[in-house]
Write a protein that binds this ligand. Structure first.
Ligand code: G4P
Ligand code: NA
Ligand code: NA
Length: 192
């Protein structure tokens, strides 16, 4: 069991509806020991990968992306969410339906911050159905950028995002993959 998995077992609570509450070190308070582990592990797993920029989505992805960007000394771009958006030439736009929050978000990055010469590592805190990551992939494609990898802190392995992205051929690395979590018993099982 790795450091992130241990922290999840020690500090996280299972909420109804297949939700893991991870506020004590990632989604509300941010703990540097966990951030250092995540950064080092992504650096190790993507050591042979060309990365010119990191792409994430607000809000919780930004902390992870920034720590890694500092360590790799590359810029970090975070896609912004908006309820409405008119199409325009100066933005790359996509959309992501949040199953957790039951709402559709428009997601955008302003054109100057992504280009065809970029080799992008996409990172995020959670992967559930993969809606957010697919919006980022869509935006990267519009910019003509190359996606060289996807790094996720916590994958909910009982939802579809991870399976779909692996089938699509992406180099996806998830540092903790939850196979099962149970609200009644407060138990969490990780994929080996
Ligand atoms: P998907 O993109 O993979 O399809 O997932 P989904 O829409 O269901 O996730 C929506 C939001 O909820 C994301 O954050 C995601 O990080 C978060 N999320 C999903 N499952 C869990 C969970 O079990 N526990 C926690 N703590 N978060 C979860 P977001 O709404 O985009 O916003 P932000 O929190 O990054 O600002
Ligand atoms: Na997120
Ligand atoms: Na979140």
């Amino acid at each position: 069991m790795n450091y992130l998995e241990q922290k999840i077992l020690q500090e996280c609570e299972v909420r109804p509806g297949n939700i893991l509450k991870i506020d004590s070190f990632l989604n509300h308070q941010i703990q540097m020991d966990v951030m250092r582990f995540i950064t080092l592990e992504f650096k190790r797993r993507f050591a042979d990968t060309k990365i010119t920029k990191i792409l994430t989505i607000e809000a919780s992805g930004i902390a992870i992306a920034t720590m890694l960007g500092n360590s790799l000394d590359v810029p970090v771009v975070f896609a912004k969410k908006s309820q409405t958006l008119n199409s325009s030439d100066d933005k790359y736009m996509s959309h992501a339906y949040s199953f957790t929050h039951k709402k559709q978000n428009m997601v955008f990055v302003s054109a100057p911050y992504l280009s065809a010469s970029d080799h992008l590592l996409i990172v995020d805190d959670f992967l559930a159905e993969g809606e957010a990551v697919h919006a980022l992939i869509d935006i990267a494609r519009q910019a003509g950028a190359t996606i060289t990898g996807i790094g996720i802190a916590v994958e909910k392995g009982n939802q579809n995002g991870g399976r779909i992205l692996r089938e699509e051929g992406y180099h996806l690395e998830s540092l903790a993959i939850i196979e099962e979590m149970n609200y009644e018993t407060q138990t969490i099982k990780f994929r080996e």
